[in-house]
Ligand binder design. Structure first.
Ligand code: S3P
Length: 171
């Protein structure tokens, strides 16, 4: 039986990597974090890619990563928050596998991102109300892409067992 990739999508801070790794273990799939896949190939961190090559170059790296990873079987991939919203990547992920959107409110995302230690160029220097407002505005645009996912889950108190059960039903 063919094991198409499972793509976890959603805004920065929505828990894609944590849930992705757990889901992969439950399904007995391998797990890849797309940001790590890209930084491994580029030999640079995400902030370095943004500052030396610019965002467009990073989006092109994401395009290539989706193309390469979509050929693999038995894999769960956590994607970067902007990946589904550039090129035709949302459609490509929908064509090649199962897409799962982990949905959270702007307020919950802001709370999580304020506590996160990961450096994210798009929100560097933003805090408090400015960060929440930026998330709200960006999320409104991105939801048009995220909303095309085959499975949409509210991720505020998402249990790994519930995620596993819902994904399993669709595989
Ligand atoms: C980005 C999200 C990040 C990373 C880059 C850009 C975005 O990934 O790809 O900083 O455009 O939302 P995470 O969603 O894993 O934080």
């Amino acid at each position: 039986m063919k094991k198409d990739p499972v793509w976890l999508i959603g805004f920065m801070g929505s828990g894609k990597s944590t849930h992705g790794a757990r889901l992969a273990r439950s399904l007995d799939y391998t797990f890849t974090d797309m940001d790590e896949y890209i930084t491994g190939k580029a030999g640079k961190s995400i902030p370095e890619i943004f500052s030396t090559q610019g965002e467009a170059a990073f989006r092109e790296m994401e395009r290539r990563a989706v193309e390469e990873l979509s050929k693999l079987e038995g894999i769960v991939i956590s994607t970067g928050g902007g990946a589904p919203c550039h090129h035709d990547l949302m459609d490509q992920m929908n064509r090649t596998g199962l897409t799962v959107y982990l949905r959270l409110s702007p307020e919950a995302l802001a709370d999580r991102l304020k506590k996160s230690k990961t450096r994210r160029p798009l929100i560097e220097g933003k805090s408090g109300d400015e960060l929440t407002a930026w998330i709200r505005e960006t999320l409104t645009v991105r939801e048009t892409y995220y909303g095309k996912a085959q499975l949409v889950l509210d991720a505020i108190d998402l249990q790994s067992s519930a995620l596993f059960r819902k994904v399993r039903e669709l595989l």
